[in-house]
Design a binder for this molecule. Structure first.
Ligand code: PLP
Length: 375
């Protein structure tokens, strides 16, 4: 059994993927071009954003968004303490001050109460000026955007949606990657919409930012290739990845999202109540980048992982270290006034189980049985 079985997906889509690859190889166009433009139109329409700008990966997408907003030294950016490192890394690299925000114990997403408290503390201390909030659609579940957007407008903050894990999710009829002033995603192979290498994208309704992003991803190019308006980066999507992504997008929408939500339902039915299972609030739809449970207090997680591995069940710990304890982020360690107790405790207790649309019901039963028997 694999944690996320990309080979099963390839076998299911082989004919179409092989066709897309050979079509691209014959076209002679390998970076950007028609395949990339087709993908951008497809994704913008699905998400419900005016612009989709693809780029080299999800980390670059976040960094480009901060750059377009001119965020740097002297600015404060609010970041959930429980996320993948890249969310925080881009803020620190921009020169801005990342400020850690605690998360909700049941959704693992940014806690609006904690966000508002962090903004007020930051304003009172006056060392950095609050500029933006990064909300993460962690494990595929949309962040609580209604409340977060209200807080952002109250304090005049830009909202960056880190939807690297969130493609395919929704709140009511509104899809993820349409909630932030700019939203970003990643096409890293294991994400809900993954390619066969690195890839990423930004989404926005703002024409000015979109034009600037299109320029920045290609060395800040102006009207012609050798006239450069900005100091940009080289962060473009391959035509091969764009061609593969069109096939994978079709499968995601046609049946993968439904299949993975079915798996989540079975997990919920079978796992013992001794485990705290992921909560999906009313009206929210998750694309289940991960299925992450909380083990009971006091369990030796490493030993459990070993026992499960011996039964052929791979598990992962997403994530073992909160941002405020990351070595590279030590200069932005907390003053006592910010509390991130929930994030810290989640890092000790989380365990992510095999999760992908091609998992069989028998496999889910086996995983649940072995886990329950460890109690
Ligand atoms: C994967 C991920 C990223 C980075 O995406 P890459 O394409 O790997 O650069 C950023 N934020 C979150 C929450 C992620 O899970």
């Amino acid at each position: 059994m694999q944690f996320r079985d990309l080979n099963r997906q390839y076998q299911a889509l082989k004919e179409e993927i092989d066709e897309a690859v050979s079509r691209t190889l014959s076209s002679g166009c390998f970076i950007m071009g028609e395949e990339v433009e087709r993908l951008e139109t497809l994704l913008a329409t699905y998400v419900g954003a005016k612009h989709c700008i693809t780029c080299g990966n999800g980390t670059d997408a976040l960094a480009l968004a901060l750059e377009v907003w001119g965020i740097g030294a002297g600015d404060a950016v609010f970041v959930p303490d429980f996320t993948f490192f890249a969310t925080a890394e881009v803020v620190a690299r921009s020169g801005a001050t990342p400020i850690w925000v605690d998360v909700d114990a049941t959704t693992y997403n940014l806690s609006p109460q904690s966000l508002e408290r962090a903004i007020q503390i930051c304003l009172a201390q006056g060392r950095a000026i609050p500029k933006a909030v990064i909300a993460v659609d962690l494990f595929g579940l949309p962040a609580p955007y209604g409340v977060v957007q209200r807080i952002c407008s109250q304090y005049n903050l830009l909202l960056l949606e880190d939807g690297a894990q969130g493609f395919g999710g929704a709140i009511g009829k509104q899809r993820t990657l349409s909630f932030g002033d700019i939203a970003t995603t990643s096409f890293f192979p294991a994400k809900p919409l993954g390619c066969y290498g690195d890839g990423g994208a930004l989404f926005t309704n703002n024409d000015t930012w979109a034009a600037q992003l299109r320029s920045l991803r290609q060395h800040g190019k102006g009207d012609t290739k050798y006239h450069n308006r900005y100091l940009g980066v080289n962060s473009r999507l391959d035509a091969l990845q764009a061609a593969v992504l069109q096939v994978k997008f079709k499968a995601l929408v046609a049946y993968e999202l439904q299949a993975i939500n079915h798996i989540a339902t079975i997990y919920r039915q079978l796992l013992s109540p001794a485990f705290s299972i992921p909560t999906v609030p009313e009206g929210y739809y998750s694309s289940w980048a991960q299925y992450t449970i909380l083990l009971p207090e006091g369990v030796e997680r490493g030993k459990w992982q070993d026992s499960l591995r011996q039964k052929g069940i791979p598990t992962m710990v997403y994530y073992p270290v909160p941002m405020h304890l990351q070595e590279a982020l030590a200069p932005w360690n907390l003053s006592d006034s910010y509390s991130v107790a929930t994030a810290t405790s989640l890092c000790r207790r989380v365990l992510s189980l095999p999760m992908h649309p091609y998992l069989t019901e028998e496999e889910v039963h086996q995983i649940a049985r072995e886990l329950n028997s460890l109690l």
